[in-house]
Design a protein around this ligand. Structure first.
Ligand SMILES: NC(=O)c1ccc[n+]([C@@H]2O[C@H](COP(=O)([O-])OP(=O)(O)OC[C@H]3O[C@@H](n4cnc5c(N)ncnc54)[C@H](OP(=O)(O)O)[C@@H]3O)[C@@H](O)[C@H]2O)c1
Length: 249
């Protein structure tokens, strides 16, 4: 299973237990007890105070910090983790991924009707013949000086995408945007961290030591000590740990 490829119409997941009925055990905040994935993750989000959309990052990591096993995130995930990912997708207006993730995970169109997915790239050199783009759901986010491209495109910055500006300009292509979910990978996460636009981190800890040299959550960011507050910590019977962190402002 490839984490990013799953759509809300995924037959495997829905056949076993619909995600709105899945429950996890809340350890923090008190009181401890059962919560549905929707209660935990379907919370309302607002635009950031400076006018740009709210930005959440959603990732799964091994216990030793790897986010990539054999080239994708699939081996780290589980049905409950996928339910978290899909519930978060339902709660946001737009999905964003780095071009490396789009190339590695082979994203299809989002399962939520009408939802758009933006691929961030310096050049737009991604396969535009895949369903993500032929369905009309995919669009590109590139610098002003990137080549002309045959799909919807948001342009901001020169050489690299100016991410704060691109977030403001998303509305030119996808309409009103209150919140976006960034789904990695580590180098795109690093760019979001460097731009200081990460409002929320939804991080699942997969109960495995992955070994190898897979990138951690961010790869290549400037050193910083960017603080977050723990919004919740949930567990399940498979020893996965589900955390939600909000930027300390
Ligand atoms: N564990 C998880 O939850 C998870 C989630 C997502 C992905 N992954 C894994 O992560 C791996 C991919 O990660 P990655 O770090 O190699 O790649 P990535 O972060 O997905 O994408 C990096 C690319 O994004 C583009 N990019 C990022 N910031 C940019 C900016 N400010 N301006 C312009 N372009 C920008 C560049 O594209 P160009 O190359 O086109 O210039 C860059 O090469 C895959 O193996 C995937 O399976 C894991």
């Amino acid at each position: 299973m490839i984490r990013g490829v799953m759509s809300s119409a995924s037959p495997g997941l829905e056949a076993s237990l619909p995600r709105h009925r899945r429950t996890l055990r809340r350890v923090f905040p008190e009181p401890a007890g059962e919560v549905t994935v929707a209660e935990a993750y379907g919370v309302p989000r607002r635009r950031h105070a400076d006018g740009r959309p709210w930005v959440g990052i959603c990732m799964v990591s091994s216990l030793d910090g790897s986010t990539v096993v054999k080239g994708t995130s699939g081996a780290l995930s589980s049905e409950n983790d996928t339910a978290v990912l899909l519930t978060l997708r339902d709660a946001v207006d737009v999905l964003l991924v780095g071009a490396g993730t789009a190339r590695a995970e082979g994203y299809g169109a989002p399962g939520k009707p009408g939802q758009r997915l933006g691929v961030v790239s310096t050049t737009g050199d991604v396969d535009l013949s895949v369903e993500l783009f032929t369905s009309g759901a995919g669009f590109l986010i590139v610098p002003e000086d990137a080549p002309a491209l045959p799909v919807d495109t948001v342009r901001a910055g020169r050489g690299r995408v100016d991410l704060p500006l691109a977030l403001v300009r998303l509305g030119e292509v996808v309409g009103d945007v209150t919140c976006v979910q960034a789904e990695g990978g580590p180098r795109f996460n690093a760019a979001l961290l460097d731009a200081d636009v990460v409002d929320e981190l939804d991080l699942t800890w997969s109960p495995q030591l992955a070994g190898g040299d897979g990138s951690r959550l961010t790869a290549g960011a400037r050193e910083s000590m960017t603080g977050f507050d723990l919004a919740h910590l949930l567990v399940d019977d498979d020893a996965f740990v589900y955390t939600r962190w909000l930027r300390r402002r």
